[in-house]
Write a protein that binds this ligand. Sequence first.
Ligand code: GLA
Length: 411
Amino acid sequence: MKFAMKHLILLCAALVGAATASAQKWEGLADTPPMGWNSWNKFGCNIDERMIREMADALVDSGLAEAGYVYINLDDCWHAPERDADGFPQCDTTRFPSGMKALADYVHAKGLKLGIYSDAGRTTCAGRFGSFGHEYQDALQYARWGIDYLKYDWCNTADINPKGAYTLMRDALRAAGRPILFSMCEWGTNKPWEWASEVGHMWRTTGDIGLSFSDPKAFTGDWKPRTVMQNLDDNARLRRYAGPGHWNDPDMLEVGNGMSVNQDRAHFTLWCMMAAPLILGNDIRTMSDQTAAILTDREVIAIDQDPLGVQGLRYATDNGIEIWFKPLADGEWAFCLFNRTLEERTYEIDWLLYCFTDTEVSQRSTAFDRIVYEGRDLWNGGKSFRTDRPRSVVIPAEDVVLYRLKPVAER
Ligand code: GLA
């Protein structure tokens, strides 16, 4: 009896130890917003292993991987028509003849990570099998395959409790023992920002992004995605809920998919100002040099990835020009002017008008009346200036200027 008790105690200690270890593995997976590529925006269901391998090659060859984009994420439609006889998920063997483990090995050998997609309901949005009732089996299979990231969707979930469903999958992933980043995709329907900071590493705050900067009429089908601007506006309101390990996700990038270069630059910059996950949605095998230059700009990416992890603030709007601030580590700030109008504008920056304290999140003050900052104009080769005098800038239509401000002197 004594012997059995001792073993029981040892077993309990081991289980607690394992649970703590997997919770620890879970932490630190998204200290800064996740970066990678996903198949959906450009390719929808049309994916296969050859293309995914080519995408992994291109991520490395283009310099994107070195710039921080490490995840290669399969979205919907990797699935076989049915689970296997024991209920485990299996992939479509026509499209993925070498299997998921081989794909993960390929991606890992390039120093990258592999993401997969599932859904909390019985079927996914594109009608493939979902994880409902198979959560632990699915997590186990993902771990065996070597998956590093799970996007978990919310189609076909009538009568399912959202917090319960996402927590169940989180626990299943933890129990499977492999660190797997958990990306919640329930479109903001149940306000995940209010309850999910301990559940997922990121959560969608909006419906699906589409390929239009600001014109909802561009979408003509029955089902309508949203413009980049609609997602910006919804996500901008939620800054107090984002932080290291739990990010607001205004959806994947449309950069390089057909908008103007000004719109692409604005979209990318504003996602960085909002500390959004940077998940590319274009064909990186064939992207233009202009697209690559936007997506690999280290100094702009550093605004998104800043270790302080505070989502930027839309401080004011002045005659169609939005004024954004993002507190950065070491007393620095990112400052962005976004010309939302359809005309080029000249704008006079009077720094003294922007003395404020970010009482909502960081408690940090800009104090332009007391502190002089040295600015770097990030989209203009880092040209420098100081904030002890006003500054005049020209901003093209639907474009941005982005500065990094570093405190250098008392005023
Ligand atoms: C939903 C998601 C999209 C994508 C599709 C796949 O619409 O929000 O991001 O994953 O499903 O079917």
